[in-house]
Design a binder for this molecule. Structure first.
Ligand code: ZN
Ligand code: ZN
Length: 210
């Protein structure tokens, strides 16, 4: 049987490896992206999308919170930057800062709650994806695919942190892929981004950690 990393798509082939997936050590990690064993799924087990009803009221852009708008604007700023639209990128970055500044502080901002929120996100993606498919909206479907990847990746990291604590970050660096946002823990960036396959110079080291 084959097992697929839900973060980067690495395939563990039991036949080639000669070791059943079940028998790998609990702390075995994805050789490409460092995800835990629990982030792998048997290849045949593809999730069936649950039927959905579209709530147009929730889809209304005006109903987005300031925090959500900050994230949208920050993404648009990145998108403009990639297309060499410097001025537009600056303006979206300014808007993003504005929305960030008026976002109320979250009182229960614990790592556990972040893990919970990410899991809710992951559980909800098949529904959002089904709406996109129903409406033949390929752009939205693509956003869902990437969004789910990012949520799974962050969830994997947060859960590792919950299990391993500060030890996970001791004597190592944190790298972020500037193209897809993949986060990598290690002394050097990976040879290829496991998610979007760009070379290591596209990775930025996260500086200034306490
Ligand atoms: Zn992986
Ligand atoms: Zn990447």
């Amino acid at each position: 049987m084959k097992f697929v990393c839900q973060i980067c798509g690495y395939i563990y082939d039991e036949e080639k490896e000669q070791v059943p997936f079940d028998q790998l050590a609990d702390d075995w990690k994805c050789p490409w992206c460092g995800a835990a064993k629990s982030d792998f799924k048997a290849e045949a087990a593809k999730a069936e999308a649950a039927p959905v009803s579209v709530n147009t009221e929730e889809a209304d852009l005006k109903k987005l919170s300031a925090g959500q708008l900050a994230a949208v604007c920050s993404n648009l700023a990145r998108g403009c930057e990639k297309q060499y639209k410097v001025k537009e990128s600056e303006l979206f970055a300014k808007l993003s800062d504005y929305f960030s500044a008026i976002t109320p502080a979250i009182e229960d901002a614990t790592v556990e709650n972040v893990a919970k929120k990410l899991q809710e996100d992951i559980d909800n993606y098949p529904n959002v994806r089904a709406v996109a498919d129903q409406n033949d909206d390929r752009g939205a479907a693509r956003v869902c695919v990437w969004g789910e990847k990012v949520s799974r990746m962050l969830s994997s990291l947060v859960n590792r942190y919950l299990n391993e604590g500060e030890a996970m970050l001791a004597d190592t660096d944190i790298w972020v892929c500037t193209v897809c946002g993949f986060v990598y823990i290690g002394e050097e960036p990976p040879e290829l981004c496991p998610v979007c396959k760009v070379p290591p110079y596209k990775f930025e080291k996260i500086e200034g950690r306490a």
